[in-house]
Design a binder for this molecule. Sequence first.
Ligand SMILES: Nc1nc2c(ncn2[C@@H]2O[C@H](COP(=O)(O)OP(=O)(O)OP(=O)(O)O)[C@@H](O)[C@H]2O)c(=O)[nH]1
Ligand SMILES: [Mg+2]
Length: 474
Amino acid sequence: MTQSVVVQVGQCGNQVGCRFWDLALREHAHVNKKGIYDEALSSFFRNVDSRKSSGRACDVGGRIQHLKARAVLVDMEEGVVNEILQGPLREVFDSTQLLTDVSGSGNNWAVGHMTYGSAYRDQIVDKLRKTAEQCDCLQCFFLIHSMGGGTGSGLGTRVLSLLEEEFPEVCRIVTSVYPSVEDDVVTSPYNSVLAMRELTEHADCVLPVENQSLVDIMNKIRHMSHCGKAGSMINRDSAIISGQGGLNRAEKPFDAMNNIVANLLLNITSSARFEGSLNMDLNEIAMNLVPFPRLHYLVPSLTPLYTLSDFSIPTRRLDQMFSDAFSKDHQLIQADPKHSLYLACALMVRGHVQVSDLRRNIERLKPSLPFVSWNQEGWKTGLCSVPPVGHSHSLLALANNTCVKPTFMELKKRFTRLYRKKAHLHHYLHVDGMEKSCFTEALASLTSLIEEYHDLDCTKGKLSPDVPRLTITR
Ligand SMILES: Nc1nc2c(ncn2[C@@H]2O[C@H](COP(=O)(O)OP(=O)(O)OP(=O)(O)O)[C@@H](O)[C@H]2O)c(=O)[nH]1
Ligand SMILES: [Mg+2]
């Protein structure tokens, strides 16, 4: 069994990360009724029980004991991490895993990347090394951060390049939360474009998530739960909406949205955490889905999100889940993959689903999905037998698809609008190590990324030349 380490940076990174840890512990408690520390738990948790022989990790009721998350928590203000340390997850982290400062990066990528990146470099590397040393076979780093602020975006991407330097062999999968157009951080276009260049150069895979999509999904779930439309039904035990991130009005603003991102992480890590008939290794994601190193943005979609009718017809419900994964309103960014070009696609299924169900659905959906001519069979599949709590099955699709292009074009447009007027630029250029060229190079990197997707888009519909047929003369 291999292990992974989660690195959560900034407010968003830490809030999303903690939703993941909370839900992961619930899942393990659901499956591991005796609370024995086993290989499944060891993938993301270490056992700190001094009586190692007891192997006991958690009580039958799911109460956590002797477990520490394989995580490093970084934020340049204290508020979020302090809150975590006062909450139900306080026992899951110890002080050696935490790194905080007091003032934050003030929504300034340069402060996070340059100032704090240099000041805390050694401490960050030290914490990463210690956490890595506690793994027998470290397979993957999961970095979680937002693009729009200063710490997650600036320091988060600095951490990414430190990971590459220190652990070049270990896969780096980044979950990046993109700001919505109405984001209240005025400098978010700068921060996002500056971060994009780092993601393009130093990540193995990026799972982009847009806050606007999360808002839309939550609004739809709320609407459905209130209108109680005939034929539709919300599963209230679902991990998507239960717990702190539920439909409860008293929750904090981002909780419900973060629950969805945490579910994305639960799904992608499920094969590493549990047994399955078709295990998908985390390394295989990049290996199979990324034909060109820079084009490693994998659009995630999650189902079920809105638990619909047809409870009594399992096959139809199962097939619906596969259809939904390709529909616009299940994507975690504002995108429509069916009308763009697929370079490759992974389907990660959880629960009681057969390989034959997977094959049947791929065959059924294939004709309606435009795949690049040289990779028509570019599917990667995984089956994990443990479903999410409250569901019989679930599906995460990761699409390497040119539909990410509009998100990037919108970012570029918003960046250019500010940059043309040199608005807020002085805040960045005052920072030691930050130069104007950082802006122009980041913009050039984004522009060429958009062009690369565009060039592929232009090949859509152009079939590969027919292989000459052998004619048999009579
Ligand atoms: N989905 C989601 N988005 C968040 C959350 N917290 C902040 N954001 C978004 O992230 C961006 C701001 O980044 P933060 O993560 O708050 O900033 P930070 O990394 O802490 O950086 P500084 O505060 O500038 O030091 C904005 O686009 C917010 O809308 C969260 O918990 N969930
Ligand atoms: Mg902050």
